[in-house]
Design a protein around this ligand. Structure first.
Ligand SMILES: [Zn+2]
Length: 68
């Protein structure tokens, strides 16, 4: 079987570019994780969503605000 280039399941065009959007995963109405969504640039069908691998929600730097 030949290796196919990815095609959009909706418009059938090859996926050479995707729109990447940063979105927020919600659990029970509160935001839990940064996610990335990938959508077809031709028809805007969402092709996939994943947790942003770079996001480390617990690692937010907690700099003390300068008292001025
Ligand atoms: Zn498409």
């Amino acid at each position: 079987m030949a290796i196919l280039q990815g095609e959009c399941p909706k418009c059938g065009k090859r996926i050479l570019h995707v729109n990447v959007e940063q979105i927020v995963g919600m659990v029970d109405g509160s935001s839990k994780a940064r996610c990335l969504s990938y959508s077809c640039i031709h028809c805007n069908t969402v092709l996939g969503v994943q947790i942003d691998p770079r996001s480390k929600p617990r690692l937010r730097s907690n700099k003390p605000a300068p008292a001025s």
